[in-house]
Design a protein around this ligand. Structure first.
Ligand code: PGA
Length: 244
């Protein structure tokens, strides 16, 4: 199966023209690539990009759990679905840090994403302090089980679940986790989830300072199905090199 490179543009770029330009670079680079690409741009760019770039798949960076109603400023999964969005990133550490998002809220969002037949990309990650104290596995297990709490109760199981291991200390700093450490975590998370879901429905990503120099180290590993890329996904040269 082709591995997937997810581009998380976060709150970038600053204009729709720049977003279009970046998507054009992805489109060109993708022609000779062995990888699948999914772009997760800010909400406001989704509609135009989806219409214009049919060969690329798109994801959102967040959603709200209700379908509609008086929730000023929120965006529902139903709305995303109606645009042609396929994926939704949930539980990114920046949402937890800056918007105080909790695992309980993420659990509700997970249900809404799955019920709307979108694929969730659930991010989990530990802080440097937790890693140094030897609390990585304990922390990640709690994040995973709390965020999936409601998903475990779903009667139907015919959905895909993407788990992104994103050590918080490796995000946006230019320093990745060692591949062997990422693998250890991913195998641990997989083992937990295999008690609940068939292996065919699970995909695992690594995210945190991925760039053109280190991407192949992660993608060559059998246990790693793809990567989630932040900063490097905004640089034209990096996009071309990563997809080559
Ligand atoms: P980064 O971001 O590649 O800039 O470290 C990754 C992410 O936050 O998903």
């Amino acid at each position: 199966m082709k591995k997937t490179i997810f581009f998380n543009w976060k709150m970038n770029p600053e204009s729709k023209n720049k977003a279009k330009r970046l998507a054009e670079v992805v489109k060109e680079a993708k022609k000779n690539s062995n990888f699948k690409v999914v772009i997760c741009p800010p909400f406001v760019y989704l509609e135009n990009l989806i219409k214009e770039f049919k060969e690329i798949e798109f994801g959102a960076q967040n959603c709200f759990w209700e379908e509609k109603g008086s929730f000023t400023g929120e965006i529902s999964c139903k709305m995303l679905k109606s645009l042609g969005v396929k994926f939704v990133i949930l539980g990114h550490s920046e949402r937890k840090k800056y918007f105080k998002e909790t695992n309980k809220e993420i659990a509700k969002k997970m249900i809404s994403v799955i019920e709307n037949k979108l694929t969730p990309i659930l991010c989990v990650g530990e802080t440097l302090k937790e890693r140094k104290k030897g609390l990585t596995k304990k922390t990640l297990k709690k994040q995973l089980l709390d965020s999936l709490k409601e998903v475990f109760n779903l009667k139907f199981k015919n959905f895909r679940l993407i788990i992104a291991y994103e050590p918080i200390w490796a995000i946006g700093v230019g320093k990745t986790c060692k591949v062997k450490d990422a693998l250890e975590v991913i195998c641990y998370l997989k083992k937990i989830l295999l008690d609940f879901f068939p292996s065919s429905s699970l995909l695992f990503l690594y995210g945190g300072s991925i760039n053109s120099k280190n991407i192949s180290l992660f993608l060559k590993e059998k246990e790693i199905d793809g990567v989630l890329v932040g900063r490097a996904s905004l640089k034209e040269k990096e996009i071309v090199l990563m997809l080559s």
